[in-house]
Design a protein around this ligand. Structure first.
Ligand SMILES: [Zn+2]
Length: 333
């Protein structure tokens, strides 16, 4: 009996020890990459849907969309520390369930400081009402609530976020200015994140009509190393006009394995590749991690990590351990 107890206590010590070591390995690797301050962006594999986690140089965090269900919590567990229960910004690009529904779980689990929404109502949708209710509760608990109603720039920890759309209140007029295109996908919050020499263009489910509008409005200033392909790489997005204005070196498609919509469209993938972009997809590459430092953009996945690290982190699956391994500069891939 005593032996058994001793064995048990010993086992607990071993587990505690390994846990501490793994946290230190994570911090060490992290410190090595982040010698220079960086913006880290993780395009999370949440199945069919979008969820992108961004950490700024001042450690503030932003989640852009939440996928369609609680899988987002598991995904956040892969990039956040287990004791971290606060997210500074929750951006919900538009009211499609593959973008907002997982936010119900996120709002339940995390304290959100600022909620950013495109302002489009969808009160006929029961699930959206549940989302709206949890959002209102978060605001009652002290969160700020903002709607994007004009093009504007905010600065977070030395990085710049330029909100490009909506550029007018969608609740008053859901159409793209000068067109009859209604909101829905084309009401998505679109923004360009800049840090150092790197840019990421975030698109929600933007489709061709909004792409054309933004290219007319902003043209060459959309130019970005990294494009999150709009609407899961669907054929209705990433038009020739947008792709040539953005001229991305890398495009990220957030889509579920074997999804019934055929996302991403093979034509779109080809178009992006022809334009010189490397296409990474969450359905094949799992989480896609980037670090923007002052002078480079690093792709942290999907280059294969050292075998030991992989086995170790998979076995124990400690949050944070996976994030900073296997680094390649975007311009050298
Ligand atoms: Zn979508």
């Amino acid at each position: 009996m005593k032996k058994l107890l001793f064995g048990f206590v010993f086992l607990i010590f071993i587990v505690l020890f390994l846990w501490l070591v793994s946290e230190h390995v994570a911090l060490y690797l992290r410190a090595r990459v982040a010698k220079d301050p960086a913006v880290a962006a993780a395009f999370l594999d949440v199945g069919q849907g979008d969820a992108t986690f961004i950490e700024f140089p001042d450690k503030r965090q932003m989640l852009v969309d939440c996928g369609r269900d609680a899988r987002v919590l598991e995904a956040l567990g892969r990039v956040m520390r287990f004791y971290d229960r606060t997210i500074d910004y929750l951006v919900v690009t538009h009211p499609d369930s593959d973008h907002y529904a997982g936010c119900i779980d996120v709002l339940r689990r995390f304290n959100i400081r600022t909620i950013v929404y495109n302002g489009a109502p969808k009160s006929y949708d029961e699930l959206w009402n549940v989302f709206r209710e949890s959002l209102d509760q978060e605001v009652k608990a002290g969160a700020l609530y903002e709607e994007i109603t004009s093009a504007r720039t905010v600065e977070i920890g030395g990085a710049t976020i330029r909100y490009l759309y909506p550029d007018h209140p969608l609740s008053a007029d859901p159409a793209i200015p000068g067109t009859n295109e209604r909101a829905d996908n084309n009401g998505s919050i679109v923004f360009r994140l800049t840090y150092g020499v790197g840019n990421i263009l975030m698109t929600g489910d933007m489709e061709e009509p909004l792409e054309n509008y933004l290219v007319r409005l902003s043209g060459e200033s959309l130019d970005s190393e990294v494009l999150k392909a709009g609407h899961h790489g669907s054929g209705s997005s990433s038009s020739e006009v947008l792709v040539s204005a953005v001229a991305p070196r890398m495009a990220v498609v957030s889509a579920g394995k074997d999804n019934p919509y055929g996302h991403p469209s093979p034509r779109v993938v080809k178009r992006l590749e022809r334009a010189g972009a490397r296409v990474l997809r969450t359905d094949r590459d799992h989480d896609i991690l980037l670090a923007l430092t002052r002078d480079s953009v690093y792709v942290i996945r999907p280059k294969s990590p050292p075998a030991g690290a992989k086995a170790f982190s998979r076995f124990f699956s400690f949050p944070g351990l996976g994030i900073w391994r296997a680094i390649g500069r975007l311009d050298r891939l």
